[in-house]
Ligand binder design. Structure first.
Ligand SMILES: Cc1cc2nc3c(=O)[nH]c(=O)nc-3n(C[C@H](O)[C@H](O)[C@H](O)COP(=O)(O)O)c2cc1C
Length: 362
């Protein structure tokens, strides 16, 4: 069982922070499909401090727990203040992002930039840990370094050791370098070495295996520092392969769950040894239901106009499950309002008769 401080996850996977995607609507859909824990997209500390209308969108639905609010910043005082705001808003965990490779973010000395400034990174981490009450776990998201140089590796370990000393509950490591962005594979061997070095009680099985065979991994127990892994998780098997090959306590699902909340239900099935359930893709009726539900949640959160724009990119991802994916994606891209969304769903995922049938079942 994975844990984050005093918080126990009943399954070893969770939804990653995904800027532009992992809003409350996406998170609620994921949870309804078995996701035990979610991370928000990275929020700028100054955005929270300045308050205003935007704060409405970071208020939490009672169903949206446990959740980590992820922060990005460069000034210890500001990020500490923002961390307190998130705690007051009811976030269960505060996660600090020192991973983001986006140029605009790094130019302002935030995100992945901090990986090559270990002293600044530590100052930020220290300020957050001090600002947050001890019962609220703090966690961190990192990449494996700025680039492939020996200096970058030294900086990573300097920061990582401090993460543990400061009392951080967990670290999610995406073993691509900042320079690498998303090009090339995520280096899982880095994760395996990290687990061996920092949490050696989690012994890694020699043979890559499925969920039910993940035998010799010994969890550290509540309050023990945990390493979570990220990178190249596109199908349910990848989740358990990463655990088996690296020994991470839990896996962060990112691009693999955009337009694919079913990956969480499949992962639950695989964790229970149900290989047939794990291999079952969503039926057209299930896709229809999620498309309508996700759109409605998005409207509630953002209003119809913004939701219609936001949902287009989700529509493209969802369309991959449909036999006519190209036509479906094209239709979703042209949507401007909820009746047009509904019309696309009715055209490709069954119309009025299916509604009646669903109502009878409900
Ligand atoms: C569009 C996009 C937005 C992302 N936004 C965030 C973010 O806000 N916070 C974060 O920690 N990681 C963010 N990430 C990184 C992912 O959480 C994850 O570490 C990365 O995609 C590697 O996992 P994958 O290869 O399985 O997708 C983002 C990734 C993508 C593709």
């Amino acid at each position: 069982m994975a844990s984050i401080g005093n918080l126990t996850l009943d399954a070893p996977f969770f939804q990653a922070g995904l800027a532009g995607y992992s809003d409350a609507a996406m998170r609620l859909v994921a949870r309804r499909h078995g996701c035990p824990y979610c991370v928000t997209e990275a929020m700028l500390d100054v955005f929270l401090i300045n308050g205003g209308k935007g704060l409405k969108e970071v208020e939490l639905d009672p169903e949206d727990h446990p959740i980590a609010g992820q922060l990005m910043g460069s000034h210890p005082k500001e990020i500490a203040q923002a961390a307190k705001i998130l705690v007051n808003l009811g976030y269960d965990v505060i996660d600090v992002n020192i991973a983001c490779p986006v140029k605009k973010v790094r130019r302002r000395s935030r995100g992945g930039h901090l990986l090559c400034r270990p002293d600044d990174a530590v100052a930020v981490l220290e300020a957050v840990r001090e600002a947050v009450p001890s019962e609220v776990p703090a966690t961190v998201k990192l990449r494996r370094g700025t680039d492939d140089s020996a200096e970058a590796e030294r900086d990573f370990h300097k920061i990582f050791q401090k993460v543990m000393e400061l009392g951080y509950a967990a670290a999610t490591v995406h073993p691509r370098s900042v320079e690498q962005k998303y090009l090339g594979p995520s280096r899982w061997e880095f994760l395996r070495e990290l687990v061996k070095q920092y949490v050696p009680r989690r012994t890694v099985p020699a043979i890559p295996c499925g969920a039910t065979d993940a035998g010799p991994i010994v969890p550290g127990g509540a309050d023990a520092f945990q390493i979570f892994g990220s990178g190249d998780i596109f199908a349910v098997e990848d989740i358990f392969r990463m655990i088996a090959e690296t020994g991470v306590a839990a896996v962060s699902v990112a691009r693999g769950c955009i337009g694919n909340p079913w990956i969480f239900a499949q992962a639950r099935a695989l964790a229970n040894g149900d290989r047939e359930g794990a291999g079952r893709g969503p039926s057209i009726a299930q896709q229809r239901q999620v498309l309508l539900e996700h759109f409605e949640l998005s409207c509630r959160l953002h209003g119809e106009r913004k939701a219609s724009m936001t949902m287009r990119k989700f529509g493209i991802k969802f369309s991959r499950h449909h036999p006519e994916s190209e036509a479906v994606a094209k239709a979703f891209i042209a949507v401007h309002n909820s009746s047009q969304w509904r019309a696309v769903v009715d055209e490709f995922y069954g119309g009025a008769e299916m509604n009646v049938a669903n109502q009878r079942l409900g």
